[in-house]
Structure formats: C-alpha cells, structure tokens
Design a protein around this ligand. Structure first.
Ligand code: PLP
Length: 402
C-alpha cells in the first residue's frame, strides 16, 4: 500500500467520521420516506400506453418529495438529463414578460442557450427576460439582489454547485438566509434551486430551508449510481403541477407517463444515494488532500466543509490537467484502455476533455473528471461509487504526476 496515501487517510479520519454521520442521518430519512409511502415490490412494475394509474411513477414522485422535504415530486426516466429537467421546470413556470433572475452568477453552461439563445426556442425567444447577479467573495450579493427584485421577477434562480466556475457550492444555511431575505423583501415568486451534485451532502435540502422548487439529475447524487437515466423536480404542489403540464401536456399533467421497463433502479438508487454520496465525498477529500500536498491548489479548500461532491483542481499546464484526467479514465472499470481527448461537446463553448469510464454512460456520480481546455487549466473531478475506486485512481495519479 502506498505510504503517502495511508498518511493522507490518517489525517482525514475526523472528516470521514462527519461524512459517515451525515450519511447515516440521510439513510434514516430515506428509509422513513420508504416506510411512510409504503413502498412495495409492485411499485417497480412498468406500465404501457398512457400509463394511467402508474403506481411506480406516482410512488416515486411522493417518495422523493418526502426525502427532500417537499410537497410534491416528479421523478421520471422521461426527463433526459439535468439540463432537460431544469428546462422543463423553467418553461413550465415562466410566461412572456416575466423575468428569471439568477443570483448565483451565470448559470451552468448548458442552461445558457436555454435561457438566452437566439432563435433556438429559448426562453428569450418566448419573451422571457433574464437578469443575473454576480457573487461577492463567493456569497450572494444581497444589495444587488435587492435592487433587481421587481414585480416582473417570477423566479429567483440559485445554482447550488459550482458548475465550471471556481467558486464553492452554496450551503443550505446560505440558501436559507437568502430565502428569508427574499421573503422579507416581499418577493412572492418562486425560489428555484438547481440542486445538481448537492443532494444528501448535508442533512437538509434546499426545499427544507425555504426553496420552492429543486431540480436535479438522476445520474448524479440522487440516483445513487444505480439509476440509468432520468431527473427529478420537487417542490410546492402549485409549481410542480404547472411543470407537469409542461412535461406532458396541459390536458394530462402528471396523470400520464408509462415506463414499460419499470422503476426498480430508481427506487433502489434513492435508497443507496446517501451512502453513494458519502463514498464520493470521501474520494473528493482524499484526492483533494493528496493533490494539495503535492502543491496543486484545489477547491473547496480542505479546511472547509464541502457542500457538493465536486472538486476543482488547478494545474499549471494543459498537459498536467490532461494527464490527471487520463489517469481517471485508465483507473475506470469501463473503457479503461481509452485515452481521453478533448472534443466539442454539445452545449459547451470550449473543447471539453472528459473521463467517464462509467457503467451508466456519462454518469458523474461515478468516478469522473472533466474540464474545458483553457487557462487556468482546471479539472473538475467528482464521484466514485466506492471509496476504494477513488483511492486506486489516486494511486495511479500519484505515480504519474510525481
Ligand atoms: C450537471 C449539471 C447540470 C446539467 O445536468 P446534465 O445532466 O449534465 O444536463 C446543471 N447544473 C449543474 C450545476 C450541474 O452540475
């Protein structure tokens, strides 16, 4: 065993214990939701045609809603990705002349064409306005937020995780404070959180601290590594129903939607998610600590509590960044023989290099790393279904970089 890694692990024991305690809390929360919703084997069955009275679909929505402290939920394999879930939710809630105000800086790259693309069917094409507040010192800019809240603002949008930015994720305490502030300022529209990578990292979700709607992908945290695709949207009933009308049709709402293959993996994935997230968090702090010992700056800093499963690692050259990402791929169970190259990924402006040797294609709750090839050469690393996998990847990375 690599002595350096053992030393790192010894230094991280207190942090691992906190992660385990958090996972235990969330495991109990999820099990209570299964119990209260009386989930049985029959919920796994698929249906056909319109899918009226599809108990699996309805049960899943209620289960997620309860686990996330929300009134209602949509959980569906017909939601194709996180971006799709966010898009459906925004189009469901916004109307011409409304304003979408994003207060966590520019939204995630793939959302930008959705919000203000030209002539591509964006929100902008439908006459929906967009405004944005940058962060100050990594926190919300309260004064600017206050100055931009007016009657046209129907959604205040918060992205919890960093995306391809260098800032840290928002904690639920920060989100709670902002929700209180918005209500004190008289905002009575929808507080909307892109919850990607944040699920089960803390004991509370944004919907438990004042957010009206949260949205995420099932091939990240919430699917526990088992969901094969899909997304979720949870929140206040009045909003979820409007979004349901957009996901299907205004005449059918959440009454339809068959999925013949059945739902076992979506249920089982939620059951596993608290544990999977703990594994990913441990991989993140182990690799982060080891890289910082080697002199590579990375975020969130090791003396802070992480509020999502991602880690941004800064390299001094494109070559080193590419070597790191390639080792993640070589350490993967799937396509371990493949050498990663940068490519023009749909939805992104720059060339992206991505390691994802994953069982579920593109799943980033599995060990994965990616980033745009441009200075300051930052690799965004996340996931790991097992701690051991992250440790093995680290061993390879150390052999390569040292
Ligand atoms: C991944 C991600 C998305 C988009 O999810 P996809 O499933 O990749 O479409 C949106 N926002 C954030 C913060 C993300 O990390």
């Amino acid at each position: 065993m690599n002595k350096f890694i053992t030393e790192c692990e010894n230094r991280l024991q207190d942090k691992y214990r906190l992660i385990d305690e958090n996972a235990y809390f969330n495991q109990v929360k999820v099990l209570n939701a299964f119990k209260n919703q009386r989930i049985s084997l029959r919920h796994f069955n698929g249906t056909t045609g319109y899918g009226y009275d599809d108990e699996g679909r309805d049960g899943l929505g209620k289960l997620y809603a309860e686990a996330f402290g929300a009134e209602c939920g949509i959980v569906s394999p017909h939601i194709l990705s996180g971006t799709h879930a966010l898009t459906v939710a925004l189009f469901g809630l916004l109307r011409p002349k409304d304003t979408l105000l994003c207060i966590s800086g520019m939204p995630y790259d793939t959302l930008r064409p959705v919000i203000f693309g030209e002539g591509n069917g964006s929100l902008k094409d439908y006459g929906i306005n967009f405004d944005c507040c940058d962060l100050t010192d990594g926190d919300f800019d309260y004064a600017t937020v206050k100055s931009k809240i007016d009657a046209s603002v129907k959604i205040v949008y918060i992205q919890r995780s960093r995306g391809y930015e260098l800032r840290d994720a928002f904690s639920c305490a920060q989100i709670e404070k902002m929700c209180l502030f918005l209500r004190e300022e008289g905002f009575n529209g929808c507080i909307f959180v892109d919850n990607c990578y944040g699920e089960f990292v803390e004991t509370r979700e944004p919907t438990e601290v004042g957010a009206d709607v949260i949205v995420g992908s099932l091939i990240k945290n919430a699917g526990g590594g088992l969901a094969q695709n899909g997304g979720y949207i949870c929140g206040k009933a009045k909003y979820i129903n409007l979004i349901g009308n957009r996901l299907t049709t205004p005449s059918t709402g959440l009454e339809v939607g068959a999925y013949p293959l059945g739902y076992q993996y979506l249920y089982q994935g939620l059951f596993l998610a608290p544990h999977t997230v703990a594994q990913a968090l441990k991989c993140s702090i182990l690799i982060g600590y080891a890289m910082s010992q080697l002199g590579y700056k990375n975020y969130p800093s090791l003396d802070k509590t992480p509020y999502d499963i991602t880690r941004a690692i800064k390299f001094d050259s494109a070559d080193k960044m590419i070597e790191f990402i390639r080792e993640i791929q070589y350490a993967s169970p799937i396509d371990s023989f493949v050498t990663c190259e940068a490519w023009d990924m749909p939805g992104y402006d720059e060339k992206i290099i991505m390691a994802a040797g994953t069982f579920v294609s593109g799943s980033s709750v599995e060990l994965s790393a990616d980033g745009p090839i441009k200075p300051p050469y930052i690799a965004y690393f996340q996931g790991g279904l097992t701690y051991e996998h992250g440790k093995y990847a680290l061993e390879r990375i150390l052999n390569k970089l040292r």
